[in-house]
Design a binder for this molecule. Sequence first.
Ligand code: IMP
Length: 189
Amino acid sequence: MSFEIKSMTNINEGIEEILITHEELIKRIEEVGKEISKDYVGKNPLLIALLKGSVPFLSELLNSIYIPMEYECVKVSSYCGTKSTGCVTIEGLNKLSIENRNLIIIEDIVDSGLTIQKTIEALNEYHPASIEVATLLDKPSMRQIENIHPKYICFKIPNKFVVGFGLDFNQQFRNLPYVGVLKPTMYME
Ligand code: IMP
């Protein structure tokens, strides 16, 4: 399925409402980075960032994690337009050394929970010491997989399709500095 992006001279025109401002994002991500630092002292965690949506979140988070750590990125895809395809693909895991490592999956948003569930299953094949999830956004009302409870959640949001700060609509809007609700006219015919 493919969608046409309505023509815009400024991507802010596509946004109905700002849900989380840039300042709010930065403040909360800093708190979470410090929390991770306290929880993982002496554990040299390996952050596994799910491309592409988590890139701005990862990059901001790194500024406030002050313990030794490493990160890797893997490509995960599940969405087409505003709907999850239900089919999750993960590329790049086989190249990582994750046995006995304390992993933290870095995700942009947990919605149905399917992507995280499939990622955890795939990572478990490599026998890590532990796996936790840090997500920028959580849409708990949309959960289909009940036992997914991210340890670190920056913001819980209502069931609205959001873009910005890494989150996209058909690869667009990732470069908004805030999280906003997409105007339905952007994806309705
Ligand atoms: P889940 O597998 O349903 O939990 O969805 C997780 C993935 O769906 C995320 O990594 C996002 O790429 C995408 N996603 C879910 N909700 C939204 C949204 O509101 N805006 C943009 N992408 C979303």
